[in-house]
Design a protein around this ligand. Structure first.
Ligand SMILES: Cc1cc2nc3c(=O)[nH]c(=O)nc-3n(C[C@H](O)[C@H](O)[C@H](O)COP(=O)(O)OP(=O)(O)OC[C@H]3O[C@@H](n4cnc5c(N)ncnc54)[C@H](O)[C@@H]3O)c2cc1C
Length: 431
């Protein structure tokens, strides 16, 4: 159903889930929207690719049961089949495979007590309860996790070393590609919210949803925005170049900048240097993903995924519950930096595959095909004093009429938080 146009013209820069959330909200509110994406496809760090002709997602793909706004968007595109993804239930600790399969609260407490001191276990349970009983703590900017004085020392410093290694690190390397000494308590609610969620994935991936979206909203692919044009403290439009051609100016009533913080910092530097400086302080860390298809199932039905406590491979797991022959290896954390070249990555995959085989047992299984993708800035790891950062960002953004920001650094890096940041930016723009 088409909505009558308000006459206002908006642009959204960035075709990841943050920009899509903003563009769809503006479109739904009856405005004319154009979305600019420098790549040839939408989706950004969802990382659309193919494996032997089958569409796969190398990046963000798992959709939590709590991802309400994203699920509404997916539902708006028509009926889409989901399959349960399950949780990452096994972990390699000091060469021992520990499997936590629906352990119940008593089993979980016993596990925490094995991993660290009673104080660490109690603190973890307390933080977990804050998130479980208050939805707001699943996002950055919550008054509890982001409170001043809580958020200026690294997360690892709030817990003992053993707990940091055995419990925190598997979370931080997977969710932020960072070590526990590189993330802060302000973001811990986001991580705990992700751990407490249950996940599904779209049977046909996200691509059909985004193809539908591109039929609703004007999308300009292969078009890079080079400059935001601001006149008299008001956004006038932007300069963009299609396929590397000449730069052309387009006029807009407002612009949502929905790109990662470092990219937004570069774009905004000439027009709002103080905002650019704040954005440039947000940390991102690299990650590499290899998706390998084997001749026959590689994992069994009891252990479907293993998180490692050392080495460049942070986790290896099945691509989906019905894809036991396809394994996704993730290389993140300090030992996986810098992003590897092809030869080094081949060695890392060999090592990770051997590690998994040694723990699962059974004869070697031949590889059929492999796809890999590296991101130099894969995961947002935020920054200390996120509440202070948000204040600067809000004040600076409001100093220019017609400007709004969206992205993984505002509410959190999970797909739902990115999408919500886009919706919030759209609302701020038209308010
Ligand atoms: C390996 C990996 C696995 C993940 N797994 C999950 C998961 O299972 N579940 C989950 O919830 N989250 C997951 N995430 C996190 C999630 O995928 C990301 O946080 C999210 O996709 C980021 O969306 P975004 O729109 O903010 O940024 P992006 O997806 O990076 O989109 C920004 C877009 O802007 C474009 N752009 C940048 N500059 C310009 C410019 N000047 N002009 C035009 N276009 C520009 C870029 O090309 C890009 O397409 C994962 C992330 C990674 C890397």
């Amino acid at each position: 159903m088409s909505t009558p146009s308000s006459g206002a013209r908006f642009a959204v820069i960035g075709g990841g889930l943050s920009g899509i959330g903003a563009a769809f909200a503006l479109h739904r509110a009856g405005h004319t929207v154009e979305l600019f994406e420098q790549d040839s496809v939408l989706g950004g760090r969802c990382g659309f690719d193919t494996l032997g002709g089958r569409p796969i997602m190398m990046g963000g793909k798992n959709i939590g049961r709590h991802y309400e706004q994203l699920r509404e968007f997916i539902a708006a595109s028509g009926h889409r089949a989901f399959e349960e993804f399950g949780i990452n239930s096994s972990q390699l600790i000091n060469d021992e495979l520990v499997t936590l399969d629906n352990p119940g609260i008593a089993g979980f407490v016993r596990h925490l007590l094995r991993m660290g001191s009673p104080v660490d276990a109690a603190r973890m349970l307390y933080y977990g309860a804050r998130v479980r009983f208050d939805e707001r703590h699943r996002f950055l900017g919550s008054d509890y996790f982001g409170a001043a004085g809580n958020d200026d020392v690294a997360l690892g410093a709030h817990f003992g070393a053993d707990f940091g290694r055995n419990v925190l690190r598997p979370l931080t390397v997977r969710l932020n590609a960072a070590e526990p000494d590189e993330v802060y308590l302000g973001a811990f609610g986001v991580s705990l919210g992700m751990v407490q969620d249950r996940y599904d994935q779209l049977v046909d991936g996200m691509q059909p949803v985004l193809d539908w979206f591109a039929g609703q909203v004007a999308v300009r692919l292969n078009t890079r925005v080079d400059r935001l044009v601001v006149r008299d403290s008001r956004v006038a439009g932007l300069d963009a170049s299609e396929n590397g051609g000449p730069t052309t100016f387009s006029e807009y009533d407002g612009v949502v900048v929905a790109i990662p913080a470092y990219a937004a910092a570069a774009l905004l530097e000439p027009v709002i240097p103080a905002l650019s400086k704040a954005l440039s302080e947000v940390a991102y860390y690299p990650s590499t993903v290899a998706v390998v298809q084997y001749e026959k199932p590689f994992f069994g039905s009891t252990v479907r995924s293993i998180a490692f406590d050392s080495g460049p491979c942070s986790a290896a797991g099945v691509y989906g519950v019905n894809d036991l022959d396809i394994v996704r290896y993730t290389f993140s954390g300090r030992e996986a930096r810098p992003v590897p070249d092809a030869q080094q990555l081949a060695r890392w995959i060999d090592e990770a595959e051997t590690k998994v085989r040694n723990h699962l047992g059974g004869p070697p299984v031949a590889r059929v095909r492999t796809e890999t993708r590296s991101w130099a800035a894969a995961h947002c790891a935020y920054l200390p004093d996120h509440a202070g950062f948000r204040t600067v960002v809000r004040e600076q953004t409001e100093s220019v009429a017609g400007l709004a920001l969206a992205g993984d650094y505002l509410l959190g890096a999970q797909l739902e938080a990115c999408y919500r940041s886009g919706v919030a930016a759209a609302r701020a723009l038209v308010a």
